[in-house]
Every structure is written in C-alpha cells, then in structure tokens.
Design a protein around this ligand. Structure first.
Ligand SMILES: [Zn+2]
Length: 250
C-alpha cells in the first residue's frame, strides 16, 4: 500500500502544462479502489538532490523529485530557486525554519511533502505561493487556522492533505476554493456538518475521504447533491453510489 501511495504522489506532481494528461492522472490518483492499470515504471534512478538543485539553478530543469532524506540543511539549498515549478519530496524531515526558503519558491506549481509534519507557520507560507495548482501534504499537522488563506490560491486544482488538527471549519475554507476539483482528506476530524459545505462545489470531480466521523446518511446526501462526484470512502465506493458500476473490482 505504501508503495502505491508513493506512486500516487508521483502522478499528482506531473507537470500541469500537460493538462489533459494531468487530469487523467489526477483521476487515477484518486482511484485507489478502481480498475485503472498502473503504467510500467520505466523511470531511471533519480539524480542526487544537490544535482537536481544545480540543474534548476542552471536553467536545465524546473523540477526536483527526491526519495532521499532531506533535512533542513539540504532544503536550504533551494533558497531563491525561483525557477522551480515542481517540488516532490518523499522523505523531507524539516522544521518550520525552512519557511523563508519555501517562501522564495515563487514559481512553485506543485508541492508534495509526503512525510513532512508541515505546521501552520509553513501553511501560511504555502498560502502565499500563488502559482500552486497542487498541494500534497498527507502527514501534516496543519490546523483549521493554517489553511484560512488558501482560498486565495486561485489556481489550486488538487488538494491532498492529512492532519489530526483539521475539523469541519477546514471544510468551510475548502468550500471557498473555487478552482478546486480534486480533494483527498486523510484522517481529518470532520462530521456530516462539515461535509455539507462541499454540497456547494459543483466543479468538484473527485473527493476521497479516509477516516473522519461522517455517517452513511451524510455521505448519501453528498453524492445526491453532487451526482457527478467520484467519491471514495476509505478507498472504496459506498454501497449506494451509482458510479460503482463503472469500476471493476481489483
Ligand atoms: Zn472509483
């Protein structure tokens, strides 16, 4: 399962300029319980982190993808890397002292910090990176207050976030994200009251919910309010979802 999640993150962070491909992959990202076939992994081994940083600095690349351990010292190499558009780190173990460096990545479109405990200070920095289309922070500690400014990210299409500190109030904020089409919430303390906030988001294409305190009736109301929504609860379709038929079981 973990390997699959890593693969999902890679798909999330493909360049957004390949728009149709991005949308297709985004759909597959949110299709854990569905029938989509994984593409063969033909990627070559990743260059070391510092080489990827150098390539961006030399104008040879606009992305950094690393599964290596990245601490505060390594992360500081990104200071002023304004050409960077994609940052995908599987194993960044950094503190909020990276805030200034993160703030300097002004062209960033896609941000994935898989294992990082992103806090509210970093969340506020992220809220000022106006080019972001994708935020992928499955193991954060962000609170409802931390994402208050994120609706100003007018290009944000995909949000994947986990945190024990997000509640129904976070869904009030998320409901203001007018360009958001793909949402994945992981182990957040939301209830049916929060779920209702999403009823007013007809642009939403998929919503995956892992954990939470919602009821079957709350979920049924959601898929009735948004009949085109591709919804997964704990990686499966719910029993009365008419879209279930469009997927084979694995
Ligand atoms: Zn599905």
């Amino acid at each position: 399962m973990f390997g699959r999640i890593v693969d999902l993150g890679r798909e999330v962070l493909r360049p957004v300029f390949q728009r149709s491909f991005f949308i297709a992959c985004t759909a597959s990202v949110f299709s854990i319980g569905c029938s989509l076939t994984d593409p063969p992994n033909v990627e070559s081994p990743e260059p070391p982190f510092h080489q990827q940083v150098a390539a961006v600095r030399q104008g040879l690349s606009r992305e950094i993808r690393s599964e290596a351990m990245v601490g505060n010292v390594e992360f500081s190499q990104l200071q002023g890397l304004s050409a960077l558009e994609i940052l995908s780190l599987s194993n960044a173990q950094v503190s909020d002292s990276i805030a200034d460096t993160l703030a300097s990545l002004v062209e960033l479109k896609q941000l994935r910090l898989e294992k990082t405990h992103v806090d509210d200070r970093l969340a506020k920095v992220i809220g000022r990176l106006s080019k972001l289309t994708t935020i992928n922070l499955p193991n954060s500690g962000i609170s409802d207050e931390g994402i208050e400014k994120w609706p100003s990210l007018s290009n944000l299409v995909l949000l994947r976030i986990g945190s024990p500190n997000l509640s129904d109030a976070a869904l009030e904020t998320i409901a203001k994200m007018s360009s958001l089409r793909f949402l994945h919430l992981i182990d957040v303390s939301i209830s049916d009251a929060g779920l209702k906030q999403l009823h007013g988001m007809p642009q939403m294409e998929s919503f995956y919910l892992d954990g939470g305190n919602v009821t079957d009736s709350g979920l049924t109301e959601l898929i009735q309010a948004l009949p085109k929504l591709h919804f997964h609860r704990d990686q499966q379709h719910i029993p009365n979802d008419p879209r279930t038929d469009s997927h084979r079981k694995r």
